[in-house]
Design a binder for this molecule. Structure first.
Ligand SMILES: *Cc1c(COP(=O)(O)O)cnc(C)c1O
Length: 370
């Protein structure tokens, strides 16, 4: 494929010498689990959010799991989330024995529709997991107001939205996503906007008691070795990921700007009848983890693009409420029309910082030629 959907080798080739030097130092110092590299990364990453602290974890799923433990969700409790996301957004709810309850999305932003939350609310509802999908912030003002009215714990899944800004209607100033709810979670899976060379994630909270609890849970529920005050697990980030992320974090702002420039180009130059391009509402600034459009003849469009050497992906082909693992929740087709429409019509175009303008123009011409 001459115009690949994603090519991680370009970024890693450019950083090879610096990355291997950092990894070598960590290797020689045997800083394999947590340690100085991870601590440095935590401080630098927290600073991008305006926070004094963050916790490096061993995946983006881990902080979601830990957040659900800290929220106190359990058997009999319900947690509202979106059916149009990566499955991991909901796993934490299951891990603590609670039940995911879905609410439909807005068709333009692919994110939770605040007007659909009431339909999902029951006396058992304890929280909401908001996902800022494809890098686009969700409508946090409305979601936070709903959560406050019903005393719900709010977790922001920012796995795809590192660096995205929420401007909002009432907050006054711009705020990074992940700092608005009770907990923010991030993933550094290699394909994410900030990716490690392996698994990684982060947990942040404005509330110190939540941060401290997460820090203990991360290391087997202990503050002191071999003394376990609470139930924990192993959610530690490894030292190599910390070292590598320290090399990459300084580039994130430029990479994000490049993603936004590509999205701008797609948004203004793609002219395809019946296509619905992603909306960019004024309340937030997307970091364009994906550029996903909707088209009624999605499969034919994809085939056409493949013929023109343009890589695409279907993100996501099946909404969560129709996944086999959730058959027990007994949602049928038709439960969430917007999520189902998105799954049936979506196609994602190449968008990564190393794409050249010429490549982007080729993608545009190929789409417009359909
Ligand atoms: C990638 C992703 C996760 C999980 O991250 P891992 O690091 O793969 O565990 C969670 N939520 C969303 C929306 C994601 O895209």
């Amino acid at each position: 494929m001459k115009f690949p959907f994603l090519d991680l080798s370009l970024q890693h080739r450019a950083l090879r010498a610096e990355a291997l030097a950092a990894l070598t130092e960590t290797y020689d110092a045997t800083r394999f689990c947590l340690g100085k590299d991870v601590e440095e990364f935590e401080r630098a990453f927290a600073a991008t959010l305006g926070y004094p602290r963050a916790l490096g974890m061993n995946s983006g799923t881990a902080p979601l799991h830990v957040a659900c433990m800290i929220a106190g969700f359990g058997p009999g409790d319900e947690v509202i989330t979106t059916p149009f996301t990566f499955i991991s957004s909901a796993w934490g709810i299951n891990y603590v024995g609670a039940t995911p309850v879905f609410a439909d999305i807005e068709p333009g932003t692919f994110n939770l529709d605040p007007d659909k939350l009431t339909a999902a609310l029951t006396p058992r509802t304890k929280g909401i997991i908001v996902v800022h999908l494809f890098g686009q912030p969700a409508r946090m003002d409305e979601i936070m107001a709903f959560a406050a009215r019903h005393n719900l714990f709010v977790i922001e899944d920012c796995a795809q939205a590192v660096g995205a800004t929420y401007l909002g209607a009432t907050h006054g100033g711009a705020r990074p996503v992940g700092t608005i709810g009770d907990v923010g979670t991030f993933s550094f899976y290699p394909t994410k906007n900030l990716g490690g060379c392996g698994e990684g994630g982060a947990f942040v909270s404005r509330r110190e008691e939540i941060h401290t609890r997460a820090r203990h849970i991360r290391v087997h529920g202990s503050d002191r070795r071999y003394y376990h005050d609470i139930i924990g697990g192993n959610f530690r980030m490894d030292g190599f990921q910390g070292a590598l992320l320290n090399v990459k974090l300084p580039h994130l702002a430029a990479w994000t700007a490049r993603r936004q420039a590509i999205a701008q180009r797609y948004g203004s130059a793609i002219k395809l009848a019946d296509a619905r391009l992603p909306e960019q509402p004024a309340y937030g600034q997307s970091v364009f983890h994906q550029f996903t459009l909707l088209h009624p003849r999605r499969d034919a469009l994809r085939e056409h693009l493949t013929k023109h050497e343009v890589g695409t992906d279907l993100i996501y082909p099946v909404p969560l409420h129709l996944q086999k693992c959730y058959a027990g929740l007994a949602y049928g087709p038709g439960s969430f029309p917007n999520a189902e429409h998105a799954a049936a019509n979506c196609v994602s175009l190449p968008i990564f910082p190393e794409l050249t303008d010429a490549q982007v123009d080729h993608v545009i011409a190929a789409v417009n030629g359909f």
